[in-house]
Design a protein around this ligand. Sequence first.
Ligand code: CU
Length: 129
Amino acid sequence: MARRRSRAIPLVALAVGLFGVAACSSATSTPAAAAGATGAGAGPVRIAVQIAHHKVSPADAVHAVHLGDQVVLTVTSDADDEVHLHGYDKEIEIAAGRPGTIDFTANLPGIFEVETHKSNLQLLQIEVK
Ligand SMILES: [Cu+2]
């Protein structure tokens, strides 16, 4: 009899996790078990970063957010690129001169880098605690 197997979400998650690690050789995050949300809920935390002539501004920023916060990260560049938020493994394509947004709930504690894959820049780090 055809036994209904639950979909292979754990496998996919594992594969994505491995790929993320393989794709980027930057400092690792520590995805502990997600705890209950503690976000205060005063609207999303907005983080914006610009890239121009291969320079990031603000440079080397570390943004601390609370576990459970809603975060809206906006990246604008003068070149087409691909933006990757580590740990959460969110990736977007951005076009030159047009802001791109990564929207996520900070439900994984740790320090996560955001980088570009074409220009290979580290944009910022997001510390979730
Ligand atoms: Cu990456």
